[in-house]
Write a protein that binds this ligand. Structure first.
Ligand code: ADP
Length: 261
């Protein structure tokens, strides 16, 4: 049986390759399922505001809306158009992020450069102040200059989405604290809020596309359900890690830590 013994390593290798192939096929199947689900969700999310805009416009066009109700209808049309616009822009950002994971293409987000996280956070906080004020929430920034290599627009979107959520899921009289400081010598940004919190069983799901703990609260606050998916992929692209700490009724802290420079 000497010749057969020589075959043994080959059989073993083939068996390993069979296993690898099975894993690969499972991955491809999962990706295809996720695509189908994503497309179905996108279609649904787009159809809802479109139906509402058409409905309101039709009532005005046909003279069915009473003159005194027209400002209300116009307001609904405006906010649904805004929602559509936010959705389309989030979907585009996500598809560019998916694309960038397949090929490093400078055309997608521009060339990587040295970016000061503190500058990014300062400009986000300034932009968020009116929104925070409307929600009765105080937003504060603390920390120091901290350089990372990355894409300025994406980093702005990352910090911006975390701050938007920290305001949207807060309580009147609540606080949002943004910290930029090194964690174990690594640049890090932390967004902490005193809001409603995220139940333990939902914490692993919030980064999934279109997952929401409270659908109506997300919609009413202008959420698309894509914010944290963008945050996760933007962090990945920067080789950063993201962690989340939350207590229901107490608040939530997200922390994104970048590789040491
Ligand atoms: P959305 O546009 O709905 O805010 P995200 O992807 O940004 O979508 O977040 C997903 C869900 O995670 C939200 O709908 C919300 O239920 C929950 N969430 C995100 N950030 C916070 C936060 N800071 N506090 C409480 N819940 C949050």
């Amino acid at each position: 049986d000497a010749p057969y013994r020589e075959l043994e390593p080959l059989t073993k290798r083939l068996r390993e390759q069979q296993g690898e192939l099975r894993d690969q096929m499972e991955k491809i199947r999962d990706t295809a399922d996720m695509r189908t689900e994503f497309t179905a969700n996108v279609t649904h999310e787009l159809k809802t505001p479109i139906a509402s805009i058409s409905g309101a416009a039709e009532l005005i066009r046909d003279g069915i809306a009473r003159p005194e109700d027209i400002p209300d209808f116009a307001g609904r049309i405006y906010s649904d158009a805004q929602r559509l616009s936010n959705l389309v822009s989030d979907i585009l950002t996500l598809s560019k992020l998916d694309e960038s994971e397949r090929s490093a293409d400078d055309a997608l987000f521009g060339a990587a450069e040295m970016v000061d996280l503190y500058d990014v956070a300062r400009s986000v906080v300034a932009r968020m102040e009116p929104r925070a004020k409307d929600a009765g929430v105080k937003i504060r920034l603390d920390g120091a200059s901290s350089l990372v290599r990355g894409y300025p627009r994406l980093l702005d979107e990352l910090v911006g989405n975390l701050c938007e959520n920290a305001i949207r899921y807060n309580k009147p009289g609540g606080k949002v604290m943004v910290f930029v400081y090194p964690r174990d010598g690594k640049p890090s940004v932390r967004v902490a809020d005193t809001g409603v919190g995220i139940p333990e069983e939902a914490q692993s799901k919030v980064f999934e596309r279109f997952y929401r703990v409270d659908k109506s609260r997300s919609r009413a606050g202008g959420g698309t359900g894509l914010g944290l998916a963008i945050v996760k992929h933007a962090a990945l692209l920067h080789h950063a890690t993201i962690s989340l700490n939350s207590q229901v009724g107490e608040g939530t802290t997200f922390e994104v830590t970048f590789p040491a420079q």
